[in-house]
Design a binder for this molecule. Structure first.
Ligand SMILES: Cc1cc2nc3c(=O)[nH]c(=O)nc-3n(C[C@H](O)[C@H](O)[C@H](O)COP(=O)(O)O)c2cc1C
Length: 325
């Protein structure tokens, strides 16, 4: 039985361990992926990027969404879209940007995405799903993986059926989130279904869903026999989880460590977006770090309401000193 610390392979490429940062829209940019890699993740997947945005978008769209830091490899860029030709062009741009893999989103249940025919709606359009995956493979020359749900609604297995077709068409691995699209991100993932897919599929399966604690991640990995597991919400403000699961870190980080790490995130955010945009963008990150710090409602207020990055830095300085004492 392999351990999370063992290497695994996708399409002949070796990844140093079996922990993956999940794709996270609006979050998984280069510095969040770099952070996961600094704490040991064997592979980091990007936030979903629109294939149309890459085909028709301006240079800034490409610079922001396809920015890859030299130290974050191996990295997978996740694309979404419903059109094979757009996916072919987007695939070539992702390859040019230096990604190691492409992942295609066929699981997103969000209305804005589904109503365009992308994300989870491809579960019901298997021919188009296969055409899209083939186009990404041909356009990029990279190994392509696909992230799937079990189906649209409870009781459906369209995701399992599509996984087999995709692999026959040349998809190198499947990331499987065994919840139905109608469940969004709630409810218990169907680990028995994931185990069935792992046993039957002729390609590695990376498990996603419900891995919110170290114990759950290990239990789901062992129960399903998946090649690797993806941390999503369980990694928010907590890159230490990667290191702990890999046996490189013990216990909880100190207040000073958490404060220094969030300062690193703020610095990178400013580098990426400029000071003003970073101030707005990073507001969603602060509550995660406040949770990791175990702050009460009153203690966290100044940080989570910080209007600018300098206010956030000041709040952190004030917090780290007394908490570290
Ligand atoms: C805020 C947020 C954004 C997400 N964005 C994406 C995305 O861009 N692409 C994708 O395939 N899944 C996305 N997901 C799904 C996650 O990758 C993961 O499959 C899901 O959160 C289940 O894992 P968890 O229960 O461990 O959080 C997102 C989830 C959340 C909470």
């Amino acid at each position: 039985m392999p351990s999370l610390t063992d290497p695994f392979r996708i399409a002949g490429r070796t990844f140093e361990n079996r922990l993956v940062l999940a794709p996270l829209a609006g979050i998984g940019n280069w510095f969040v992926r770099l952070q996961a890699r600094r704490y040991g993740a064997g592979l980091a997947v990007s936030e979903m990027v629109s294939s149309f945005g890459l085909k028709y978008g301006d240079e800034r769209t490409r610079r922001e969404f396809l920015r890859i830091h030299p130290d974050e490899h191996p990295v997978s860029i996740q694309l979404f879209g419903h059109d094979a030709e757009a996916m072919r062009v987007a695939g070539s741009k992702v390859a040019e940007a230096g990604a190691d893999l492409i992942d295609i989103n066929m699981g997103c249940p969000v209305r804005k995405v589904v109503k365009t025919g992308a994300g989870a709606s491809l579960l019901e359009e298997p021919d188009n799903a296969v055409a899209i995956a083939r186009a990404a493979i041909e356009g990029s020359g990279l190994p392509v993986t696909v992230k799937l749900r079990s189906g649209q609604r409870p009781g459906e297995r369209t995701g399992v059926e599509l996984a087999h077709r995709l692999v026959e068409a040349g998809v190198a691995a499947i990331s499987f989130h065994p919840r139905h699209a109608s469940q969004q991100h709630k409810g218990a993932p169907d680990l028995a279904l994931a185990a069935e897919l792992v046993a039957e599929l002729e390609a590695p399966v990376i498990l996603s869903g419900g891995l919110s604690s170290d114990e759950r991640a290990v239990a789901a990995f062992e129960r399903t026999g998946a090649a690797a597991v993806m941390l999503a919400r369980g990694s928010f403000g907590n890159p230490w989880r990667f290191a702990r699961l890999l046996g490189r870190y013990e216990g909880e980080p100190s207040a000073t460590e958490v404060a220094r790490e969030l300062e690193w995130v703020i610095d990178r955010g400013e580098e990426h977006l400029g000071v003003e945009r970073a101030g707005r963008y990073l507001r969603k990150f602060y509550p995660w770090y406040a949770d990791t710090l175990g702050l009460t409602k009153a203690e966290r207020r100044e940080l989570v309401e910080a209007p600018t990055t300098s206010d956030a830095r000041r709040a952190l300085e004030a917090l780290a000193v007394p908490l570290a004492a």
